[in-house]
Design a protein around this ligand. Structure first.
Ligand code: G4P
Length: 528
């Protein structure tokens, strides 16, 4: 591989940003984009969202509810780094897409509201990061408000997320008494001025905390900082890069996104610590990003981004080599050669056609339903990347249709939507109806809207009692047959024909697992 391509790959940082709604993810994203020069003024991200709602017909739901269903990819430069930031929809009604985006990143930025600590959605997203041991950097936000004590916050993260916290800076007070942060590795003090966009890079260097300058600057709070630092330096271990890179430790930063305080220090540390694109597992072997031949996989399909065309965009993560406009690649599932003529790259400002892109980048491929989640593209060698899963749904609905003559359309629509990852479709063993499964309830509305708009089928939902789903497998065929016989009423097959156990509660699931120790119950299942 030529040096230029190698350098381009090495300077890429592809990360996802996760949080519970309202923790400040949008505000932080915006500040990051400002530093990257991708937007010029604050408010642009929200304004862009609003504009999208106003102009796009797609996702009336999105507009009606004023939420972002779609996951966006934003690209910007910072220092010598080329950054791909993948947003995860932050509403309660997030979807399986939100989870799957995290399979396409090399690291994650976790935003936590200092008043709330670790919240439910963050816990769920963290579970997904665990699947690939993704490195995580933590930003504790809203220090300008009264919140939990910093030590309690770290405790909460360690306890709920099972990851060791290594604070790299330490806050001085909070709320009205918030004076700034002390950078523990640079030994620098950054003072906070409320209401101002405090963007100064260089803090006041204070190597030795006994320096009387600290008392001049912080008054009585100098003593508190000395005590805190002594305590945490004794309690928290040093940052171990290997631990960080395998998701065992998370470096922690404190700040206030809306005041743009502590954001640049975090970004500076982030680009240096977060890993460049790494190797990816395929069925046959591991693929290095520095291999000459291009390869990539689709992790998200988005329909109707442009309502004038009925096309879909497949988001493809490049895993190795370099993409060039017009290059020919093999779509392995179809066994067909295709020309990548008009790939889109997602800039923060707008979508642009690209001439070249590198491992780590995300490109969008236009298609008319020929790409499904998990599809792999490469120049020659047949590859199938692994680790792109379906996630066990938590919400269920039975589908009925109003017009029985449209049964074929319904079936076709459901199968295609399942392949795109919009929803999961199950058929009970021995039954003929369809049961939809989703990670977020909004997926049901999206499915109904798309069935009507794209397949001309009016679907009616009926409640079902299921709350829990697990894919099942068993090496012993006789045991599996017995299990199937005993649990026929609770078994269904997904759109790929894989056996799944559906039940009404965690309690029931636990009971069944105890009864059938030889059977394995899977919370995720790789898409093949
Ligand atoms: P999200 O994407 O994670 O859902 O959160 P978002 O950035 O939309 O922020 C949620 C609310 O928290 C917003 O207020 C935002 O202004 C506020 N916020 C973000 N960072 C900070 C911070 O550092 N300190 C304080 N005090 N507030 C912060 P909002 O009233 O819901 O919206 P807006 O009218 O301010 O836009």
């Amino acid at each position: 591989m030529d040096r230029y391509t190698q350098q381009e790959i090495r300077r890429r940082r592809t990360f996802g940003i996760i949080s519970h709604p309202d923790a400040g993810k949008t505000t932080l994203t915006e500040k990051l984009l400002l530093f990257g020069g991708a937007i010029r003024r604050a408010g642009a991200v929200k304004a862009r969202r609003a504009a999208r709602h106003a102009t796009s017909d797609w996702m009336t739901i999105e507009r009606e509810r004023g939420i972002s269903v779609t996951t966006s990819v934003m690209k910007f430069n910072y220092r010598d780094y080329e950054i791909n930031l993948l947003d995860t929809p932050g509403h309660q009604d997030f979807s399986e897409d939100t989870y799957r985006v995290l399979t396409a990143v090399d690291s994650t930025l976790m935003v936590i509201d200092s008043a709330k600590g670790v919240e439910a959605q963050t816990e769920k997203l963290m579970e997904v990061c665990r699947l690939r041991n993704t490195p995580i950097i933590t930003f504790i936000n809203k220090l300008d408000r009264e919140g939990m004590a910093p030590l309690d916050l770290l405790d909460d993260i360690e306890d709920k997320l099972q990851i060791e916290c290594v604070p790299l800076c330490w806050p001085i007070g909070m709320g009205k008494r918030f004076r700034g942060v002390y950078n523990l590795y640079r030994r620098q003090l950054h003072l906070f001025t409320p209401g101002s966009d405090t963007r100064q890079r260089d803090g006041i260097v204070i190597h030795d905390l006994s320096d009387p300058l600290l008392d001049d600057l912080l008054g009585e709070q100098a003593g508190e900082l000395r005590q805190d630092v002594e305590l945490i330096e004794g309690a928290a271990g040093p940052l171990d890069m290997q631990q960080f890179l395998t998701g065992g430790q998370t470096p922690v930063f404190f700040g206030s996104a809306v005041n743009n305080f502590g954001v640049q220090e975090m970004l500076d540390a982030f680009v240096e610590m977060a890993p460049p694109p790494g190797p990816r597992r395929a069925v046959s072997r591991e693929v290095s990003p520095y291999e000459e031949a291009f390869s990539g996989f689709a992790f998200k399909i988005q329909a109707n981004m442009n309502p004038a065309h009925r096309d879909r965009i497949a988001f493809v993560r490049i895993c190795s080599g370099r993409f060039r406009r017009g290059m020919k690649v093999v779509h392995h599932r179809l066994g067909k050669e295709i020309t990548l003529a008009n790939a889109t790259i997602f800039m923060a400002r707008d979508r642009d056609n690209v001439d070249e892109a590198f491992a780590g980048d995300i490109i969008g491929l236009h298609n008319h339903g020929t790409i499904k989640i998990g599809d792999t593209f490469s120049e020659k060698e047949p590859l199938q990347f692994t680790g792109i899963p379906n996630f066990a749904p938590e919400h269920f609905q039975r589908v009925r249709m109003k017009n029985a003559f449209k049964a074929k359309h319904l079936q076709k629509g459901l199968m295609q939507l399942a392949e795109e990852g919009a929803v999961q479709v199950f058929r009970p063993v021995g039954g003929s109806d369809y049961i939809l499964g989703a990670v977020g309830v909004l997926q049901f509305e999206v499915t109904r809207a798309r069935l009507a708009a794209e397949y001309g089928v009016e679907a009616v939902y009926e409640p079902v009692d299921y709350r829990v789903a697990r894919w099942v497998s068993c090496d012993d065929r006789r045991q599996l047959a017995e299990f199937e016989k005993a649990n026929a009423a609770n078994l269904a097959r997904d759109s790929q024909g894989r056996l799944c156990y559906l039940t009404t509660s965690d309690f029931q699931l636990q009971y069944c697992m105890k009864e059938w120790p030889a059977v394995t119950f899977h919370k995720t299942r790789d898409i093949v």
